[in-house]
Ligand binder design. Sequence first.
Ligand code: SAH
Length: 221
Amino acid sequence: MIIPRKDKKVFSDFIIQRANMVKSQLKARGIQDQRVLDAMNTVPRHLFVPKDLRDQAYADSALPIGYDQTISQPYIVALMCEATAILPHDKVLEIGTGSGYQGAVLSQLSQEVYTIEIVSSLGKQARKILNELEYNNVQVKIGDGYSGWPEHAPYNVILITAATEKVPQPLIDQLALKGRLIVPLGSSLHQELVLFIKTEKGLKKESLGSVVFVPFQREGR
Ligand code: SAH
């Protein structure tokens, strides 16, 4: 494909902005996993945000994606990926596809990614862009992520990208032994990013600090 001259400039601008994001927002705050840094440096975040917000795509913040939902701040996406220590052979489940951006980042870290979105228009749009960009190892399901996706369980890693007071039991059940589950736990006003590790003796819990996420919704409630 021949890129017209004007688009070439814009394209290279985004590459520069993305490299700056990795350096000043991720490395500077302590993200060290080179695979995570490479993934964040590869995925074109500007194609996952609404067109009129593309110039802000690499800013240090969450951005609105419609339907009262947001694409998470780049640092939080990287932190969740680093904390769950995703390996290439891991099976990964994300609850809250949103824009599909985090799903695309996850697709660079593991060979099998499943993601569930409750807002059908968002799920469809995410599926479309993931297909267009040929992130073929990500499958999007539209529905309530509370029940997980039992057909593909167990998962080595589960990421919940909406805030909940309690981890849904079906998701704990679908986590493999030694699996990692990360979730913003708390009310709409105060949440903590929590990492759970499933051991033979139960769940081990570690807090990674305060965060702000949109609330976990339930279908038909
Ligand atoms: N990971 C996303 C950001 C997601 S914001 C990204 O990279 O863009 C959280 C998303 O979770 C929203 O899109 C919201 O609609 C979705 N969500 C909330 N409750 C849900 C549920 N019960 N099941 C599936 N998705 C849910």
